[in-house]
Design a protein around this ligand. Structure first.
Ligand code: ATP
Ligand code: MG
Length: 140
């Protein structure tokens, strides 16, 4: 995948709180094009697989339970410098450290329930996009 794509999820508490539309609006306003999007739900097994890199971390069990607790929105986004620009738009993992104007500052409840996911590298953006979407679900 080209370096101009990233992958995001709107996490369960943000979907449950009705913040989905406002978050998508902020993403589009920031200049990202939506290349794929769906409302879906992760089983605990799939959530565990998605966050496998955190398997040894103390919060892994809590993270898997949270990410499988309700519907999420998965999306592939495109913009120049997508990975870095999207991490900037979402803000720090802990909303108390997130800058004003970021998605997490506005919508995240806590460091665990932090509203959105953003890929941390081009390589992971591609892996994560392929985890959720087949090639024909991503528009050219
Ligand atoms: P994400 O990968 O979801 O975009 P991130 O890259 O900002 O978030 P990571 O370090 O990759 O942060 O952590 C993945 C997710 O695990 C966090 O978004 C959060 O939901 C949860 N998490 C991280 N640290 C903690 C913690 N100390 N306690 C509870 N949950 C945590
Ligand atoms: Mg991460």
């Amino acid at each position: 995948m080209a370096t101009n794509r990233t992958f995001t999820m709107i996490k369960p508490e943000a979907v449950a709180n009705g913040d989905m539309g406002k978050i998508i609006d902020m993403i589009i306003e920031a200049g990202f094009k939506i290349k794929a999007m769906k409302l879906t739900r992760l089983t605990p097994e799939r959530a565990g697989e998605f966050y496998e890199v955190h398997k040894e971390r103390p919060f892994y069990g809590e993270l898997v339970e949270y990410m499988s607790s309700g519907p999420i929105v998965a999306a592939v986004l495109e913009k120049e410098n997508a990975v870095a620009d999207f991490r900037k738009l979402i803000g720090a993992t802990d909303p108390s450290e997130a800058e004003e104007g970021t998605i997490r500052k506005r919508f995240a409840k806590s460091k665990a329930e932090n509203a959105v996911h953003g890929s941390d590298s081009d390589e992971n953006a591609e892996i994560e996009s392929n985890f959720h979407f087949s090639a024909d679900e991503i528009v050219g």
